[in-house]
Structure formats: structure tokens, C-alpha cells
Ligand binder design. Structure first.
Ligand SMILES: C[S@@+](CC[C@H](N)C(=O)[O-])C[C@H]1O[C@@H](n2cnc3c(N)ncnc32)[C@H](O)[C@@H]1O
Length: 214
């Protein structure tokens, strides 16, 4: 991602919270002029400048938006983004809402766009009941369950997103033990023994003009 950003690519961090991943890429040398960030809770981004003390040089533009809303302010970026980052976002929602989020992300993409992210997955694809919500899970309101994917269920969901958007994507994903992410057993016990780390990259391979703007 950093290499693409150095070559002039644009990126949007969806559900960015404090924007730590964009900051990480900036620290690795990525320019921030073509960075965008978005979250349903704008206060996280406001606070992030205090946390990172980078108001002078973090140029990413924050756009408050609900990733489930197809008419959100993100429509101005439709068809303009090379990288979409969605870290720990899909797993907030049930299957239907993940499909809606995926379709809204597809609308932001163009030929060659990567959708990259990680989230909680499962060794057996399954819906788990939503726990008491915290601020970070506020956007999951309305979902009674969260769907934790295996690579197979993720591929199946993307087949649905592709069918419903008329686009084509290459889908790659993998599971990892949560310990490899640094989680201790006590951190992940509530998710059950099937919980895994889930990492994905989905690359758009068609050049169909979804938004009539190319
Ligand atoms: C678990 S945090 C992940 C934050 C960050 N991406 C990371 O990996 O640390 C989920 C983030 O998604 C945001 N969020 C929840 N529902 C959302 C929605 N419907 N639209 C946009 N953002 C949402 C939350 O406010 C929160 O910042």
C-alpha cells in the first residue's frame, strides 16, 4: 500500500477511529495529500490530532459518514479511490449489512482498486450475538448479530456483492490464530474457541463505469 501511495494512489480509511493506520503509512513515507478518512463518530478524528500531534502535517481529509448509507457524503469520492482500508469494520455487522457496506465500497472503486483489511473471523463462518455496544460499535446499531467469516463465507459474500453490483473482484483472505495478533486468551475468550484473525485483500479487475463519471 505504501508503495502505491508513494506512486500517487489515493486511499480512504473507512471506520478510521483515530486514524492510526494512515499515520502508520505516513510514518513509513506515504504522502498524506491523497488520504481520506471517514467514521460515523467524527470526534475520534478530532481527538487524533492531539494524540499524534500532527495537525501541521497530516493532510488526510476527514469525511463523516455512515458506511451503510449509500447516499452518505462519501458519494463525492465515488469511482476515485485506489485503496479502501476497512480494518475491524465488516465484523461489526450482520451478513446483510456487510453486503450493503461492501456495495457502498464498490461504488467508491475503479479498475485496480484494492479493498484491504482485517477483522475477527472464525474457523467456522458464523453469526454471533451482538454484545453490549461500546462507542466503537455504535454503527452496528440495528445488527442483532455480527457475522465472523471464514475465507469460504467471505468469498461467498463477495460473490453476492459482485452479482449485485455487476463488478468483478479477485478475492484473497486468510485466517490466523489471534495470538499472532498479540491477543491473549483472556482478550478473546468471549468470542469462543473458533475465533480467529481474518485478513483480506479484494482487487477490482473490471473497468465497468459504475457512476458514469469516468
Ligand atoms: C473496531 S473500530 C476500528 C477502528 C480502526 N479502523 C482500527 O482498526 O482500529 C470500528 C470503527 O468503525 C466505526 N463505525 C462503526 N459503525 C460505523 C458505520 N456504520 N459507518 C462508519 N463507521 C462506523 C466506529 O466508530 C469505530 O471507529
Amino acid at each position: 500500500m505504501v508503495a502505491r501511495l508513494k506512486a500517487g494512489a489515493s486511499i480512504l480509511d473507512l471506520g478510521c477511529c483515530f486514524g492510526q493506520d494512515l499515520r502508520h503509512m505516513a510514518a513509513d513515507g506515504a504522502p498524506t495529500e491523497k488520504m481520506y478518512s471517514s467514521d460515523i463518530i467524527p470526534e475520534f478524528w478530532d481527538i487524533s490530532y492531539d494524540l499524534y500531534r500532527d495537525a501541521g502535517h497530516m493532510k488526510a481529509r476527514f469525511i463523516p459518514a455512515d458506511v451503510l448509507d449509500p447516499a452518505s457524503p462519501l458519494v463525492e469520492l465515488q469511482g476515485k479511490l485506489d485503496i479502501l482500508l476497512a480494518n475491524q469494520v465488516f465484523h461489526l455487522f450482520d451478513w446483510e449489512r456487510q453486503v450493503e457496506a461492501g456495495k457502498n465500497m464498490v461504488a467508491l472503486s475503479r479498475l485496480g482498486t484494492w479493498l484491504v483489511g482485517y477483522q475477527i473471523g472464525s474457523s467456522v463462518g458464523r453469526a454471533v450475538p451482538v454484545r453490549t455496544t461500546t462507542g466503537g460499535e455504535a454503527g452496528g446499531a440495528g445488527s442483532k448479530t455480527k457475522f465472523f467469516h471464514t475465507p469460504e463465507t467471505w468469498r461467498e459474500m463477495w460473490r453476492q456483492v459482485q452479482r449485485e453490483t455487476g463488478t468483478e473482484w479477485e478475492v484473497e483472505s486468510s485466517l490466523r490464530p489471534l495470538k499472532e495478533w498479540g491477543l491473549e486468551d483472556e482478550d478473546s475468550a468471549w468470542m469462543g474457541p473458533a475465533a480467529r484473525g481474518f485478513e483480506f485483500i479484494v482487487r477490482r479487475v473490471d473497468d465497468y463505469d459504475l457512476n458514469g463519471k469516468d
